[in-house]
Design a protein around this ligand. Structure first.
Ligand code: AHM
Ligand code: MG
Length: 329
């Protein structure tokens, strides 16, 4: 063996191995959740591939709106919705799905399955067509209704505290899958030539405070006085304003470096813009597991009882001290 080189663990831990090795965290685990997470990762690889060739598909699409397989060109968010729905329906572990792309509950027909998934298959709509980082967000719940029956509204309208797993995929300069099952947050980076996610960011923690603030300052005049005062404080302290307009990318950067993302109520979106059950709760679970905080500006996001599938909430998420300070605490 070449001196100084460690070949014992040459490529690190794959996502599949990690999921398998950590399955015993769950009492009575029978492997369905592990399979469900693998189904999500599988769909993520396909979506990642579609995203990477998006520019090329457009060129082909321009010649009569057909791609190389002769299929009609479709928007990436529609493609992502189709890929994830297909993977989770065929995977057999999910009885019902909620997707940002679909108004009603999607019944998979797998009434024996234990789990419910809420997701935004491709978030950052304004960035999808312009080669800027975008993401997928997902949240997993155990159903409340009896196995074998058709799932109900109660199954999908659960508080964030009931999540058993949540995660996101960031399609950025590299593709990452980050998830939690309530035992810390772990990040995996995709290696395209091997087609595998590898553990690259074990046990992720966010700094207690930070110097980045992410908000659409174009809406400043609409903000409540308290938030205006906090933004002014960030400016006085020479914090950096960083806003991609892709929630997953802004969230991920802030979690890594220390910072806060806010989408408050505005005149145009009086209840905020982001969706409680598949955007705010998922990232709220992750940030809490990483040591941060997620609120609606007044109280903890994970404790809000959802009443509608596509409910919007104001959203404050990131480093604990910054979120507290912005709320006047
Ligand atoms: P989308 O689900 O339609 O993509 O909207 C969510 C996105 C977030 O990713 C992003 O942070 C925010 O909307 C940007 O909104 P705005 O352009 O109003 O600042
Ligand atoms: Mg979205």
């Amino acid at each position: 063996m070449a001196e100084g080189l460690d070949f014992k663990n040459p490529v690190g831990t794959t996502l599949d191995r990690f999921i398998m090795e950590n399955q015993s965290d769950f009492p009575f685990a029978t492997g369905e959740l592990s399979q469900l997470l693998r189904d999500i990762a599988f769909a993520a690889k396909i979506v990642n591939k579609e995203i990477n060739r998006a520019g090329l598909s457009d060129i082909v699409g321009a010649m009569g709106n057909k791609n190389v397989q002769g299929e009609d060109q479709q928007r990436l968010d529609v493609i992502a919705d189709f890929r994830f729905t297909q993977a989770l329906t065929q995977g057999g572990e999910v009885c019902a799905l909620v997707s940002e792309e679909v108004d009603d509950i999607i019944y998979t027909g797998q009434n024996e399955a234990k789990y419910v998934v809420a997701m935004d298959p491709l978030d950052g709509s304004s960035n999808i067509d312009v080669n800027v980082a975008i993401g997928t967000i997902f949240s997993i719940y155990r159903r409340k209704s009896a196995l074998g029956e058709k799932p109900t509204m109660e199954d999908v309208l659960q508080k964030g505290t009931e999540q058993i797993a949540a995660g996101y995929i960031l399609y950025g300069s590299s593709t990452m899958l980050v998830y939690t099952t309530g035992f810390g947050v772990n990040g995996f980076t995709y290696e395209p030539s091997l087609g595998e996610f590898f553990l690259s960011h074990p046990n992720m923690k966010t700094p207690e405070t930070g110097r980045l603030y992410s908000i659409n300052e174009g809406n400043y005049d609409d903000f409540e006085d308290q938030l205006k005062a906090y933004i002014q404080l960030c400016r006085d302290r020479k914090y950096s304003g960083r806003y991609i307009g892709s929630l997953v990318a802004d969230f991920h950067r802030n979690m890594m470096k220390g910072g806060m993302y806010v989408y408050p109520a505005t005149k145009g979106s009086p209840k905020g813009k982001l969706r409680l059950i598949y955007e705010c709760n998922a990232l709220g679970f992750i940030i809490e597991q990483a040591g941060g905080l997620a609120t609606d500006g007044k109280s903890r996001i994970l404790e809000i009882q959802p009443t509608e599938l596509h409910q919007r909430v104001p959203y404050y998420v990131g480093s604990k001290k910054m979120v507290e300070e912005s709320m006047g605490l």
